[in-house]
Structures are given as structure tokens and as C-alpha cells.
Design a protein around this ligand. Structure first.
Ligand code: PLP
Length: 453
């Protein structure tokens, strides 16, 4: 199809993130114009059901009048201020209070950023600062996991465990270690039970800590469900096996709830869904339902005390972002949490979860699908060349990417991650809309099968 004028302007102007730049001129950008509810519309007026909430973030869908009103009101009242030098403002205080109230662990203070990457970058700096304050300057390494996604800045990109984020960007930086990815379907030995797999991963983590020396390791970071690594659900008992190992070695457990937070898995936090208590937590995305950029780090009392001591020593707590705690983001965030509560969005996710899981389970029967997995309203299907042996497709064939293009042609937006096609619809989706999304996904799978065979 010839490019439209707006597509040509896009191609001439935008360096697209996470995009195959070499094929984009042929496939053409999809330029969106507006959105309403769970639907978005391109500049030609074509309608798409948004199966990914944008980037796992627009949990309340598009065009929510209450969020728009909260943002507008704040823009009129105080469009910008900051928190440096002891300045404050009501939206940040209100959102901070709400976050402390709903957190899955005791929280003393909230540090605001503008994004998830900045939140995780901050987590590392705080862990270093904390250990310096405690007089253990050697306790600095961070353990992450293969296939993790924690962002793209130099440090958060290092925490990420994906080759595409590291390759030729000269990452990861020193001091970041990656332990096993807890994906039973892909990484279990033949015949290995989930329990044995968990025990092996826990033993490997212990071995890594002992090999490096626990006195050199500051923190472990994990997403409850690994999102951008391919929607990987932890096996039963995984976090229960990992948690005590970290506590035993005084290693901070950083819980990256950037995707799982605010109801996505059927609870406020993935930590609740999977029954563990972290030391610190990173939040972003659905915190504002993505109507404004915002990230947050939830910090426990013992760390805040250490920071106060460091501040006394150095003259100030020397970390902060111009837009961290931006009043627009905070006003929208406080309103989003209010909406999650008063509209019982988490109850809605729980109500739809059985339908979501049943439709996913049906996809598992498709000849192209090796594993279909999901929890709450986040899921993925992993495409394989051979179901019996789990043999993946040749990566260069780009089958998942192709399937997502077929879905797009049928009016559904999904996301390819390696061989997995992810879905994470707005949490406000109705039962009928969810069926529509799965119907389109099924049809796109059939298109992909015709294309492959
Ligand atoms: N952490 C997780 C779990 C994420 O999924 C993401 C983004 O997808 C990030 C961190 C980074 O967030 P951002 O893109 O806002 O920097």
C-alpha cells in the first residue's frame, strides 16, 4: 500500500523506539489519531481494539473524562512545580499517601520519577547509597534475571536481561549479574517438575551469591510476572523459595511492579498475587493509567533513616529529577487510584480473569501455540514450529511479528516479543470486547498458520 502523507512525514522524522528500523519503510508506521474506551483509531479512521493497553499501561482505556478533568484542573492550578530543596505540593503528597496506604509492605517515603526506567535506576542508586551509609561500600552488585525487563537507561537497561537491549549498546555495565529466568516451559529439564525447577533455580541463586560473596551483593530485582521478556509467570513457590535466600544474605528485594501494579493481576500488586513481601517497590505505567508520565520508588523506614544520616554527612540527599513528582502526573495518579477504588477495577479484573484464562487455554490447542499463559488480564501465547518438541521458529522468520501484523489488519493491536504474542487489554474491557479481542487473535493465528505452512 502506498504511504499516506502522515506516514511519510513520520518516516522522515521519527526515530522509532523498539522498531525494526530496516523494514519500517516497507511496513509503514501505524499513525494513531484518537482513542475511546478500549479502541484506538488511526489517521484513516480505521478502528483497533487495543489489546496491549498501549505499552501495558493505559489500564483505564482511552478518553476517561474523570482523568482528563483531574489533569485539566491541575494544569490550571499549578502546571509545574518540583520537590527539590524541600518544596512540596498537594498532588504529590496525596498520591504519596495513597501509595503508602495500598503498598504491599510497610513504606516510609515515596520518591517520584518520570518513568519506570528512572525508578529502577533510582533503586540501584538508593541501594548503593544505603550500603555506603551503613559502612559497607563493597556491597554493591545487583542480581537481575535473564529475560527481565527493567528499562533502558544505562543502569536499568543493564538490569534488563534481553540481548536486544544490550547488543552493541555496550551493556550490561559491570556489577550487574543475571540469574535464571523462571520459565518452566522453556527452561525446565525434560521431565523436571515445577517444584524441582524452583529448587534448582533457588540453588543456583544461592550458588551465585556465595560465589560472588554475599557481602558484595546489594539487591535482587524482579518483576512478579516478567512482562516484556514474554509474559512469563513464576512457577508455584518460586518467590517463596527466593525470598528467604535474599533475607538471609541481607540483600534488598526490589519488586518491579511497573507492569503488575494497580490491579493487572487481580490484586493491587503482583506481590500480593504471588504472596511475597519486598523491601522496596518500583511503580509507573498504570499508576496514572498512562495519561501522564510518572514513576515512583517506595522506600522503607530503615533506608530513609540511612539517607538522612548520609544527608547530614554530605550536606543533602543528592538525587532528583526535574519532572519527578510532576503535579500533572501526581494529580492524574491520585485520581486513577481513586477510580480503581470507587469503580472496583480490581474486582472487574477478577471477574473477567476466568474468561481471559479460558480463552487463552483454548488458544493453547492451536497448532502454532506451544504455551498459552496468563493471570488476571495479562497473558501471552508462545508460538512454536513444533508443539511436541517445543522447537521454536527461526528467529529471522519473525512469525510472532507477522501474526501481530495479521491481527492489526483485522483491527486488533497486540505485541510480539520474540516468539510470544502478548496481550494486556485495558482493565476496563467488557466481556463482549474481550471476546472480540480473542476472536481477532484466533483469526490472526489462523492467518499466521496459513502463512507459515
Ligand atoms: N519495568 C518494567 C517491568 C517494565 O515493563 C518497564 C517498561 O515496559 C520498565 C520498567 C521501564 O519503564 P519505562 O519505559 O517507563 O522507562
Amino acid at each position: 500500500m502506498p504511504l499516506t502523507n502522515v506516514q511519510a512525514r513520520d518516516l522522515a522524522t521519527i526515530l522509532h523506539p523498539y522498531t525494526p528500523l530496516h523494514t519500517l519503510p516497507q511496513t509503514g508506521p501505524l499513525v494513531l489519531d484518537h482513542g475511546k474506551g478500549v479502541f484506538v483509531y488511526d489517521t484513516q479512521g480505521n478502528e483497533y481494539i487495543e489489546g496491549m493497553s498501549g505499552l501495558w499501561c493505559a489500564g483505564l482505556g482511552f478518553g476517561d473524562e474523570e482523568l482528563i478533568e483531574a489533569a485539566t484542573e491541575q494544569m490550571h492550578k499549578l502546571p509545574y512545580y518540583h520537590l527539590f530543596g524541600g518544596k512540596g505540593m498537594e498532588p504529590a503528597i496525596e498520591l504519596g499517601e495513597k501509595l503508602k496506604e495500598i503498598a504491599p509492605m510497610p513504606v516510609s517515603k515515596v520518591f517520584f520519577t518520570s518513568s519506570g526506567s528512572e525508578a529502577n535506576d533510582t533503586q540501584v542508586k538508593l541501594a548503593w547509597y544505603y550500603n555506603n551509609a551503613l559502612g559497607r561500600p563493597e556491597k554493591k552488585k545487583i542480581i537481575s534475571r535473564m529475560k527481565a525487563y527493567h528499562g533502558v537507561t544505562v543502569m536499568s537497561g543493564s538490569l534488563t536481561g534481553l540481548p536486544i537491549v544490550h547488543g552493541d549498546f555496550d551493556l550490561p555495565v559491570a556489577g550487574v549479574l543475571h540469574t535464571d529466568c523462571p520459565h518452566h516451559y522453556r527452561f525446565a529439564e525434560p521431565g523436571e517438575s515445577e517444584a524441582d525447577f524452583v529448587a534448582r533455580l533457588a540453588a543456583n541463586l544461592t550458588a551465585l551469591i556465595e560465589e560472588e560473596g554475599p557481602e558484595t551483593i546489594a539487591a535482587f530485582i524482579a518483576e512478579p510476572i516478567m512482562g516484556a521478556g514474554g509474559v512469563i509467570l513464576p512457577p508455584e513457590g518460586y518467590f517463596q523459595a527466593i525470598r528467604p535466600i535474599l533475607a538471609e544474605h541481607d540483600i534488598l528485594f526490589i519488586d518491579d511492579e511497573v507492569i503488575c501494579g494497580f490491579g493487572r493481576t487481580g490484586n493491587w500488586w503482583g506481590a500480593e498475587t504471588y504472596g511475597f513481601e519486598p523491601d522496596t517497590l518500583s511503580a509507573a505505567k498504570q499508576m496514572t493509567s498512562a495519561y501522564a508520565p510518572l514513576g515512583a520508588v517506595l522506600v522503607p523506614e530503615r533506608m530513609v533513616e540511612a539517607f538522612e544520616a548520609e544527608s547530614a554527612k554530605l550536606g543533602a540527599f543528592g538525587h532528583g529529577f526535574t519532572y519527578g513528582g510532576h503535579p500533572l502526573g501526581c494529580a492524574v495518579g491520585a485520581k486513577a487510584i481513586e477510580i480503581y477504588q470507587k469503580r472496583d477495577i480490581i474486582g472487574h479484573v477478577r471477574k473477567l480473569a476466568p474468561q481471559f484464562e479460558a480463552r487463552l487455554a483454548k488458544l493453547a490447542d492451536h497448532p502454532l501455540v506451544g504455551e498459552a499463559r496468563g493471570k488476571g488480564l495479562i497473558g501471552g501465547v508462545e508460538l512454536v514450529a513444533d508443539k511436541a518438541t517445543k522447537r521454536p521458529f527461526d528467529a529471522k522468520a519473525g512469525v510472532a511479528g507477522r501474526m501481530v501484523k495479521f491481527a492489526e489488519a483485522r483491527g486488533a493491536i497486540l505485541r510480539p516479543i520474540g516468539d510470544t504474542v502478548a496481550l494486556c487489554p485495558p482493565m476496563v474491557i467488557t466481556e463482549a470486547e474481550l471476546d472480540l479481542l480473542f476472536d481477532k487473535m484466533e483469526a490472526a493465528l489462523n492467518d499466521a498458520e496459513d502463512w507459515v505452512r
